[in-house]
Design a protein around this ligand. Structure first.
Ligand code: TXA
Ligand code: MG
Length: 302
């Protein structure tokens, strides 16, 4: 299959909508990472996502909708979930909620779970596609299963080229890390995946480990070994720097965590395609956005 890359324009969205309505998955930028979007109401269309990514079928997908009203037709909101949605949508927050019986989405999207992950994305390209198809879109990150996420159209092409018909190129994504996932299923809020939004204060994490079914120990993995907490490069290492540790390239020379999050996956891609056989990464503080960055780094190194 030939994979076309089109810049984000009205015509490109019209073409993406045509493909989605014909049951094909297309790659579209969101404010977090590029997503691989398909019609969430058609099991066959969703199955093509799993096929293109080579994703284990037990791993549920996030459903993207245009607004809170559309989300309420799919998931059951309690007061706490509704408040979070009102505060942070559109934006990089996914809510895991009990799925409604009459949601109309294919059960393959939730991998048979009684819950569903939903988010309202802030990126104009994903919003335009949602409007054009006027139906919910299932969209995991647009990368081969287990591999580094895509924050640029190039990354998608490298990972999924030949397996999907179209990539909408909206340039580098703003946040660079996947959405924060919060479960609002049992009367409490639980953080399932740290991300760009830090809303930990609201969480009851007494229940123990952070867990989303897709949060495998090894994830976001380059093809080379990764060493964390490196203060200098050993022989054969491509060093990704941070703050005072310069490296071959740096996440942020000023130690800015927002910049570091936005550059993380691109630098992992660059390190992976360099001529050095190993990758090392400078320490990133485990505070604020650093928690989400270190979560991704630990899985990349596992
Ligand atoms: O920012 C994002 O969230 C990006 C963009 C494209 O929206 N999407 C994304 O999707 O990161 P994905 O499939 O790569 O990660 C979704 C995560 C997985 O770890 C999955 O297990 C979890 O969300 N998830 C989805 N539905 C769930 C559910 N019902 N219960 C628990 N976890 C769920
Ligand atoms: Mg992913």
């Amino acid at each position: 299959m030939e994979t076309r890359v089109l810049p984000f324009t009205d015509e490109a969205i019209a073409e993406a909508a045509r493909l989605v309505l014909a049951g094909e998955p297309v790659a579209v930028p969101t404010e977090t990472v590029y997503g691989l979007a398909a019609d969430a109401t058609k099991a066959e269309a969703v199955a093509r996502i799993y096929e293109a990514k080579g994703r284990p079928s037990f791993n549920p997908l996030i459903i993207h909708v245009i607004d809170l009203d559309a989300a309420k037709r799919i998931g059951l909101f309690d007061a706490a979930a509704e408040k979070l949605a009102e505060q942070h949508w559109p934006g990089p927050l996914t809510l895991v909620l009990p799925v409604r019986r009459d949601a109309g989405t294919a059960s393959i999207v939730t991998a048979g779970l009684p819950t569903v992950g939903i988010r309202v994305p802030a990126h104009p390209a994903m919003q335009a596609l949602l409007r054009a198809v006027s139906r919910p879109l299932a969209a995991p990150s647009a990368n081969a299963s287990g591999a580094i996420s895509s924050t640029q159209a190039d990354h998608v092409l490298k990972s999924l080229g030949g397996r999907i018909p179209l990539i909408i190129d909206g340039g580098p994504t703003e946040r660079g890390l996947e959405s924060t996932i919060v479960a609002a299923t049992g009367g409490t809020l639980r953080l399932l995946r740290p991300g760009p939004l830090q809303i930990d204060a609201l969480m009851d994490n007494s229940g123990g480990a952070i867990e989303a079914p897709g949060q495998m120990a090894s994830h976001y993995a380059p093809s080379k070994p990764v060493r964390l907490g490196a203060t200098s490069a050993a022989a054969g290492e491509y060093l990704i720097g941070f703050g005072e540790i310069a490296g071959d390239e740096t996440l942020s020379s000023t130690g800015n965590l927002v910049e570091a999050a936005a550059r993380l996956f691109d630098l992992l891609h660059q390190a992976d395609s360099s001529d050095k056989p190993r990758i090392a990464v400078a320490p990133v503080p485990d505070t604020g956005l650093g928690l989400a960055i270190n979560d991704r780094l630990r899985r990349a190194a596992a």
